[in-house]
Design a protein around this ligand. Structure first.
Ligand SMILES: *Cc1c(COP(=O)(O)O)cnc(C)c1O
Length: 234
């Protein structure tokens, strides 16, 4: 199947999932995760109507960006682990950082935003499964609390919501408790009405489990291999 055909199929599955829980299909953004894909593949997805792309390496987008300049309104979101020393470059290239995982990184992105006279939208990445090898801040941790408290002072950041990558399970139902936990965490934080913290976005769900994520309240699903095909193993 072509990239355009894959997108059509994913959209209809997304719409069905939204309808199952009486949500409006228009409330969920399909992000095309284009890491390891060619600029040509990205162009195809763009032609099929997608405008939001996810990449997990700064250098990789730097290489592809030149040939994608003509794609009006295409937005690239950073979704990988961002090293603090690459924050400046990331802010130049990306519209948003969806994987903010420490206060130190928040400060770096804030400085870079100030230098470039822009506010950088960010999502806090939550390590919902508490997995050691994964980045993200754990729910109810001191680290998360510090980040939430610091938000109002980081004037060049715009906190928009939460993102998570749950522990991998073959059965997509295995991810449901973690998606639900993220939704509950959002509710809990929202109830505190902290200054500087916006929580409109819940970015969760990938190729294997985006329907479950939508049923649990995702406003953005990040889909790679189901659109572009299997990635080469690195
Ligand atoms: C690679 C990646 C995805 C997409 O994964 P697929 O299983 O190919 O859909 C989504 N989110 C993040 C953070 C990723 O690194």
């Amino acid at each position: 199947m072509s990239i355009a055909e894959n997108i059509t199929e994913i959209r209809s599955r997304m719409d069905a999932a939204a309808r199952r829980v009486s949500r409006s299909p228009g409330d969920v953004t399909l992000m095309a995760v284009s890491k390891t894909c060619s600029a040509g593949d990205i162009r195809e997805a763009y032609k099929a109507g997608l405008r939001v792309f996810g990449e997990s390496r700064v250098q990789e987008l730097a290489t592809k960006a030149e040939s994608l300049r003509d794609l009006a309104n295409a937005k690239f979101h950073f979704i990988g682990h961002l090293q603090a020393n690459k924050a400046g470059k990331a802010v130049e290239l990306f519209s948003c950082v969806d994987s903010l995982d420490s206060l130190r990184l928040a400060r770096k992105i804030n400085e870079a935003g100030a230098r470039l006279h822009r506010r950088v939208p960010v999502l806090i990445e939550i390590n919902a499964g508490g997995e050691e090898q994964k980045s993200g801040v754990t729910p109810d941790s001191e680290e998360l609390e510090e980040l939430l408290q610091a938000a109002s002072g980081l004037e060049n950041l715009e906190f928009r919501g939460l993102m998570t990558v749950p522990p991998y399970t073959k059965d997509p139902e295995g991810a449901r408790p973690f998606f639900r936990a993220l939704r509950e965490l959002r509710k809990k934080i929202a109830a505190r009405k902290l200054p500087g913290i916006g929580l409109d976005v819940l970015s969760m769900g990938m190729s294997n489990d985006f329907e479950v994520a939508i049923e649990e309240g995702a406003t953005c699903v990040r889909v790679g291999s189901a659109i572009f095909g299997e990635r080469p193993r690195l």
